[in-house]
Design a protein around this ligand. Structure first.
Ligand SMILES: Nc1nc2c(ncn2[C@@H]2O[C@H](COP(=O)(O)OP(=O)(O)O)[C@@H](O)[C@H]2O)c(=O)[nH]1
Ligand SMILES: [Mg+2]
Length: 290
């Protein structure tokens, strides 16, 4: 009999949710950044092992929204909670005691999924401290595959008997277009210092798979004219690096050559504009109801 579960990767920004998803899948599907709040849209990743299918949902980090986009991100994270069978609550091992999950999501719609405490970044604390944490919870570290196996073991009791929802060799559910935007944003986080990445959004204007190479045209949005200059860089050098990073990521995902063309545009204050957020596919909840 096949068994499956939908599993949320939840927690505050930068705790290692997306990295953990990639480690579980054994492939860098989700975008990852040392900077906080990189993940915007939930990313689904699938791992099928024998008669078990794990469907992971990597959520945006839980934080107190300071502007409309962050409000949308919190909404996306919270509204996923009632849709999963298990919630993995991630907290970095080097950041003190685990927090109470319920207290982080008092504004979530009602959900019944059990919460599994997970300490991430186990390599950042010493051996004895790690041993102590392991008595209390699962402790993961990217460089230790056994820790990922232990995490999957901890999920096993929550699997339900059901036919697989996805093919055994699927790793994701979202269209390649989605990952074009994600990898462009990952590149922006890599290349653009501390502020511009947060004002950065990407939209795919054209996506053509045949004849090869895959042809993609995307518009990169920033909020100010000065940011446009930063994204383009001296003689276009920065934009070139952003494109090269995203293209390499996409070629790995697709196993095919990609031709990626990018344009940069200014869309003033889009993170605070309901119209712009809707255009980019974000929910714009009434802040009173959320
Ligand atoms: N040392 C260490 N760093 C990690 C580990 N897992 C994630 N990180 C780093 O933590 C940062 C945030 O990771 P990310 O997955 O984007 O976090 P998210 O915002 O929760 O999705 C990145 O710089 C990762 O490389 C780990 O096991 N050990
Ligand atoms: Mg993330």
């Amino acid at each position: 009999m096949q068994r499956t579960a939908r599993i949320a990767l939840a927690g505050q920004p930068n705790v290692g949710k997306s990295s953990l998803l990639n480690a579980i899948l054994g492939t860098p599907l989700a975008m990852v950044s040392p900077k906080a709040q990189a993940t915007r849209m939930p990313t689904t990743g699938i791992l099928t092992e024998g008669d078990i299918q794990y469907v992971f949902v990597d959520l945006p980090g839980l934080l107190d929204p300071a502007y409309l986009l962050q409000n949308s991100l919190r909404h996306l994270a919270l509204e996923a909670l009632p849709t999963v069978d298990v919630i993995l609550h991630l907290h970095p091992a080097d950041e003190g005691a685990h927090k109470d999950f319920a207290s982080l999501v008092t504004d979530a719609p009602a959900f019944t999924a059990p919460v599994i405490k997970v300490y991430t970044k186990g390599d950042l604390v010493g051996g004895p401290a790690r041993e102590a944490l392991m008595k209390e919870a699962v402790v993961t570290e990217l460089g230790r595959p056994a820790s990922i196996k232990a995490l999957l073991k901890a999920i096993e009791p929550y699997l339900r008997e059901a036919h697989f929802e996805y093919d055994a060799d699927d790793i994701g559910t979202q269209p390649v277009r989605f990952f074009v935007g994600e990898y462009l944003r990952e590149a922006a986080f890599n290349e653009l210092g501390d502020e511009v990445p947060y004002s950065f959004a990407a939209e795919v204007d054209e996506f053509r798979e045949s004849p090869p190479p895959v042809y993609i045209r995307a518009t990169l949005f920033v909020e100010r004219e000065s940011q446009k200059g930063i994204v383009i860089g001296k003689q276009g050098a920065t934009l070139k690096r952003i494109g090269a990073h995203a293209r390499a990521r996409l070629e790995t995902l697709l196993g095919e050559q990609v031709y990626l063309e990018t344009w940069v545009k200014v869309l003033p204050k889009w993170r605070r504009s309901a119209t712009a957020l809707t255009r980019f596919g974000f929910p714009v909840p009434d802040p009173e109801i959320r």
